[in-house]
Design a protein around this ligand. Structure first.
Ligand code: CDP
Length: 254
């Protein structure tokens, strides 16, 4: 993993946090396309924490496999070849000054757009189900979050990557609403999109992600559920901030 390039600028209100002044770890997990990344990025920016998009890391592994010809036309993955080449996959994040959000880099090249295509989406869950892929990415994620002060979103952050995270949120929304959000996002980026294909893809990813043997998608026992089907972005941002303040400034009477 390349050196983390997004900078941490702790917010002045963060002193006296849940760990007696230290920065906490925030895990945001949930279903495909439920807006976790938007929420997590906005929260991290607001509180001066580092944001890590763990899904982008699995998408980079998938893009690498596709570009290296390790996934055949029928979707079969050359697992032995991918495992042998895992050490060639270096993912990093760099703050984009124009958007104020981190872009994803694969081996030094910005792949932020290329990892979000339907082609990558349609192959990412089988790649993310491979135990050696998960082991490599989980180790990198744990190294990035060692000092706390991090918001990480994904599928297994509160259950497998940071089971001791002080704040865990499990996000969901109805299938149709999630598909509409992802469809709108693709259209806004000028990428080809078909609503039914997007809906089928997110259902299939949820199925594979929830049933895989290693670190399946599931709500951690101590996670708080957020169904954001009918929430606006400002509303969900406020909900998260309120929870963050409760976690870092617990009421003495509670
Ligand atoms: O943004 P979206 O919901 O489409 O997905 P993502 O967060 O970019 O993640 C893409 C895929 O990576 C998921 O469908 C999972 O298969 C996999 N993933 C995972 O297995 N574990 C994570 N912690 C994050 C993502």
């Amino acid at each position: 993993m390349n050196k983390q390039q997004t900078t941490r600028q702790p917010h002045p209100s963060l002193t006296g946090g849940a760990k007696g002044g230290s920065l906490i770890t925030i895990a945001i997990d949930g279903h495909s396309s439920c807006g976790k990344s938007t929420m997590a990025k906005d929260l991290a920016r607001e509180i001066g924490y580092i944001y890590i998009d763990s899904g982008a890391m699995y998408r980079c592994c998938t893009l690498f496999a596709l570009e290296q010809g390790l996934i055949s036309a029928d979707g079969t993955i050359d697992e032995a070849a991918l495992e042998a080449r895992m050490s060639e996959i270096h993912v990093s994040f760099q703050l984009n000054a124009a958007t104020g959000r981190p872009d994803t880099y694969l081996n030094g090249e910005c792949v932020e757009q290329r990892i979000r295509t339907m082609e990558v989406s349609s192959h990412v869950s089988p790649i993310a189900a491979l135990p050696f892929v998960r082991a490599a990415m989980t180790a990198q994620q744990q190294a990035m979050g060692r000092e706390g002060g991090i918001v990480m979103d994904g599928r297994d952050i509160g259950t497998a990557v940071f089971p001791d995270a002080e704040m865990k949120v499990f996000v969901t929304a109805s299938d149709e609403i999630r598909a509409q959000r992802r469809y709108d996002e693709l259209v806004a980026k000028g990428q080809p999109a078909d609503f039914d294909e997007v809906l089928a893809n997110l259902r299939e990813r949820d199925r594979i992600d929830s049933t895989r043997a290693v670190a399946p998608l599931r709500q951690a026992d101590d996670a708080i559920v957020l169904d954001n089907s009918h929430m606006t972005i400002p509303e969900q941002k406020q909900w998260l901030l309120d929870l963050f303040h409760k976690k870092t400034h617990p009421s003495p009477s509670l």
